[in-house]
Design a protein around this ligand. Structure first.
Ligand code: ZN
Length: 141
């Protein structure tokens, strides 16, 4: 009798007997629900690692267009789409050489997660900065 009571007490102590009331259960459920919500959130994603980059509301236009087509001095052509904000990191220094938007310095923008080159950050004094992301390196959902 005493042994049975001791086992019961031990099991209660280590939490084996009360799985249903375990404080871990609801926390786990909430965690997976919020993960799912983030995955299902529409927006712009990195085509390489699928990381979320920006919501559709960050989409902007310059000279009346959201998408622009440019060729750099090396002869490489890019189609870029413009966003006010994006989950990118800047890489290297700023330059105004051969800039695609008059007066704007450009700086290489890479994915904050996988470091893939995704486009450029454009900055000009007294104007809001924006990102130009290469359309075949991002996915819209
Ligand atoms: Zn990425």
């Amino acid at each position: 009798m005493l042994l049975r009571w001791m086992i019961k007490l031990f099991m209660r102590h280590v939490g084996l007997a009360f799985d249903k009331d375990s404080p871990w259960q609801p926390e786990k459920q909430n965690q997976s629900e919020s993960d799912t919500a983030l995955e299902e959130q529409p927006g712009i994603f990195c085509a390489h690692c699928q990381s979320w980059l920006a919501s559709h509301t960050e989409s902007i236009e310059m000279s009346g267009a959201h998408r622009h087509h440019f060729t750099n001095p090396a002869g490489l052509s890019f189609e870029i789409a413009l966003y006010r904000q994006a989950a990118c990191q800047q890489y290297g220094g700023k330059s105004i050489e051969h800039t695609w938007f008059p007066g704007y310095h450009w700086q290489v923008a890479i994915c904050a997660q996988c470091h893939q080159h995704l486009g450029w950050l454009f900055q000009r004094a007294h104007s809001p900065a924006f990102y130009g992301l290469i359309t075949d390196r991002i996915v819209e959902k």
